[in-house]
Design a protein. Structure first.
Length: 86
């Protein structure tokens, strides 16, 4: 039996410090475990470009904000986390 799809990083409710040189902010990893491929990853309801089998992807933040990451798998199972970028 396949383990339920889950976002393991960042954890729900986390506050992440943005860092980077100049105007470019460092990418933030999103790590996923379980689920049945293909996986679909959303950022604030909009698809993130990623391989459908990717378990770790990186997203480039625009700046401080609250963001919601959601992942769904082929069976319709989903997980979602809300994170503060500061």
């Amino acid at each position: 039996m396949t383990q339920k799809v889950r976002i393991v990083f960042p954890p729900n409710g986390a506050s992440l410090e943005l860092s980077g040189a100049g105007q470019a902010l460092d990418p933030i990893p999103v790590k996923i475990t379980g689920g049945t491929p293909p996986l679909n990853i959303l950022l604030n309801g909009m698809p993130l470009a990623a391989k459908k089998s990717a378990r770790t992807l990186f997203f480039a933040p625009d700046g401080p904000a609250f963001v919601r990451f959601t992942v769904t798998d082929a069976t319709g199972a989903a997980d979602s986390v809300m994170v503060r970028l500061q």
